[in-house]
Design a protein around this ligand. Structure first.
Ligand code: ADP
Length: 263
């Protein structure tokens, strides 16, 4: 805590008061520290793909470009790294927009029991070759919530793409919707690697990954769940995870679902 004192004096010079202004510097310091860490993370995340691209390009320039076997492989790596950097910058832009509240939510009524299967169908198409099974457990009725369709699509995309990334071949991903008193809960369950208990509290943090190398190899930016969390918060909801290391993960989010919307 930081204190500033000023003495209040009357015209004649006699003191008749004291003003004390207290600042919580620990909070300021924490924010400053977080900001520093964030900048360090961003720089590191950008430097890693750039360094790797540089060495592949150098190898190509040094002659690999003539090698019919090596050239396409090296070009493929630099292409993948470029794509990941673009994803990273897009994710960063989106987070910074959401932080500065510099965005408009485009609210409309969305029937979750239609919306969720549509997104799953798209993922089923995208992962046709990975033999991952998709199933859903949905209430047999319309369930309207009030939300931003694009943002909720991205929320589902981020969670489902993790479920796919961390699933084994032949795994099943199950999406369920459950109605509670004043909220609706959407859960996405996978049979993948799971998350160790001690890592669970951090997985919505920016750039946090349980296994950095694995996430990078799978093309991850470490920002998917941080964005998911911001989207859920912007809808007045909450998001959480439960997971068994080695068995699978369930990511759930709750959105407000009140009487007025139900009707
Ligand atoms: P990434 O781009 O690395 O996937 P995310 O923010 O989406 O970043 O996720 C953060 C971390 O949480 C991941 O690196 C991974 O370790 C863990 N994680 C997220 N979803 C799952 C899942 N379905 N199964 C196992 N681990 C997961």
């Amino acid at each position: 805590l930081e204190a500033h004192f000023s003495v209040i004096e009357k015209e004649g010079g006699s003191q008749n008061g004291l003003i004390a202004v207290l600042h919580d510097v620990t909070e300021q310091e924490r924010i400053e520290e977080e900001r520093r860490e964030f900048v360090a993370n961003v720089s590191h995340e950008l430097r890693t793909p750039l360094t790797s691209m540089k060495s592949y390009l150098e190898a190509l320039a040094d002659g690999a470009v003539q090698d019919a076997e090596l050239a396409p492989r090296f070009i493929d790596v630099t292409q993948k790294e470029t794509e990941r950097m673009i994803r990273l910058v897009n994710d960063l832009l989106q987070l910074s927009k959401m932080d500065s509240k510099d965005y408009n939510m485009n609210f409309s009524f969305i029937d979750l029991t239609k919306f969720v299967p549509q997104i799953m169908e798209r993922f089923e198409m995208l992962t046709k070759n990975e033999s991952i099974h998709f199933q859903h457990k949905l209430p047999n009725k319309e369930m309207y919530i009030y939300g931003d369709r694009d943002k909720l699509t991205q929320l589902m995309d981020n969670i489902l793409s993790n479920a796919v990334k961390y699933s084994p071949q032949g795994g099943t991903i199950t999406c369920s919707i459950k109605e509670e008193k004043e909220r609706v809960i959407v859960s996405i369950k996978d049979e993948g690697v799971g998350i160790p208990k001690e890592n669970i509290p951090h997985i919505f943090d920016r750039f946090y990954r349980v296994d950095k190398a694995r996430s990078r190899n799978l093309g991850g930016t470490g920002l998917g769940l941080a964005i998911a969390k911001e989207i859920v918060l912007a809808h007045g909801g909450s998001v959480w995870v439960s997971s068994d290391w080695g068995k699978g993960t369930v990511i759930s989010f709750a959105l407000p679902y009140d009487e007025a919307v139900k009707e």
